[in-house]
Design a protein around this ligand. Structure first.
Ligand SMILES: [Zn+2]
Ligand SMILES: [Zn+2]
Ligand SMILES: [Zn+2]
Length: 378
């Protein structure tokens, strides 16, 4: 994914404020702080005066750190009691071209986590951000989510329409993947089908699986079922493999006594030798292998992480798979239109875009250059 920072990361606290620069087409330049920027023109406050220039006279604007300070101030004022402020700040960032991708994403995600009714607006602003950096497919995906979350919203609908081609390309690619993955399963190439299905589980119509194969609620359920049919290559579903350090015996030779179990002590002068029991291994000559402490002689299989899948509970439904693939192919070939199917007939997805790794419950605030949970702030 193309990542273009719209502006430098603002977290650099103590940064000396560099001025904004305004370049006019006639060659004049002004330094100061851009205080207003709109359709009417740009207002810049210099050390001497505040000047306004119409848009058509302006060649370019170079942002100093003043906008970063403004953003910083806005972030400091955010409060989980007012979810709207998060999404509004994300919108401001995109409009003013301030802030980086993690910040915009985080702001939108927090708003959506706090209040799912912002899923339309949150996904729209993420789409706008992706569109601003020229990523049409990503933009289309976000507009699509916005539309699903809030399909009566005319803005979301219009933006989705604008990026319809990009969306259709993405849909077609994903459905291709799903069809190929299903073909692997149909051809009984189960081990290959698992990663292929995992990559295609978000494809449009993937949820049709329950219509054609009622035993599975989702593609994920099919993946689980296939996993149960394919034994782990490394451990053959034992969950463990032989410990290589002790070769499966669970013990190692005692190094204190060289495995003899006793020590020979030569008594001075007489040449007499006395044997003393080795205190480390207590005459056994062996010590417990440290690598396989938990399971004697074996360690957890690193391929399957020791997770043994449950036995398959349903009978393998090859016909169901063929019919499901057929349904996907019909839509790919245009027998059934994609557009109609991905529209309002789908259930509302709510906060499906909420990224749990980003924000726990959305109750996250910004303070002194850092994002904090509310309890951290206290
Ligand atoms: Zn394994
Ligand atoms: Zn061992
Ligand atoms: Zn010993």
């Amino acid at each position: 994914m193309k990542k273009l920072m719209l502006a430098a990361v603002f977290a650099a606290a103590g940064l000396t404020a560099a001025a904004d620069k305004l370049f006019l087409k006639d060659g004049r330049t002004y330094e100061g702080k851009i205080v207003e920027e709109g359709d009417a023109g740009v207002k810049i406050k210099t050390s001497k005066a505040t000047l306004t220039f119409p848009k058509d006279q302006i060649d370019k604007i170079e942002r100093g750190t003043s906008m970063m300070e403004t953003l910083e101030g806005k972030l400091e004022e955010l409060s989980p009691e007012a979810p709207e402020t998060y999404v509004a700040t994300a919108e401001w960032c995109v409009k003013e071209k301030v802030g980086d991708e993690p910040t915009v994403e985080r702001l939108a995600n927090i708003a959506m986590a706090l209040d799912p009714s912002f899923c339309g607006r949150g996904n729209t602003v993420l789409g706008d951000f992706a569109a601003a950096r020229g990523d049409r497919v990503q933009a289309a995906e976000f507009y699509f989510r916005a539309f699903l979350a809030d399909w009566k919203n005319p803005v979301a609908k219009r933006k989705l329409q604008e990026y319809k081609d990009a969306l259709e390309e993405r849909n077609a690619r994903q459905m291709d993947k799903l069809r190929d993955a299903l073909t692997l399963a149909i051809d009984n190439k189960l081990a290959e089908a698992i990663p292929a299905l995992s990559a295609a589980r978000g494809a449009p119509f993937a949820n049709l699986i329950s219509t054609y194969m009622p035993s599975y609620r989702s593609v994920d359920a099919l993946i689980e079922d296939i996993k149960a049919r394919v034994p782990c290559k490394t451990c053959n579903n034992k969950g463990t493999i032989k410990c290589f350090q002790c070769d499966g015996t669970g013990s190692l030779k005692c190094t204190a006594c060289g495995g003899k179990g006793y020590k020979e002590i030569r008594l001075g002068g007489t040449g007499e030798v006395r044997k003393e029991i080795c205190p480390v291994c207590n005459k056994s000559g062996k010590v417990r292998c440290p690598r396989c402490k938990e399971i004697k002689g074996a360690t957890k299989c690193s391929t399957c992480k020791g997770i043994i899948p449950a036995k398959p509970t349903v009978t393998w439904d090859r016909n169901g798979l063929v019919n499901f693939r057929g349904a996907i192919e019909q839509r790919m070939s245009g027998v059934l239109p994609i557009e109609e199917q991905v529209g309002p007939k789908l259930p509302r997805l709510g906060s499906q875009n909420y990224d749990a790794s980003f924000v726990d419950d959305g109750r996250v605030v910004y303070s002194k250059g850092r994002w904090l949970t509310q309890s951290e702030k206290k």
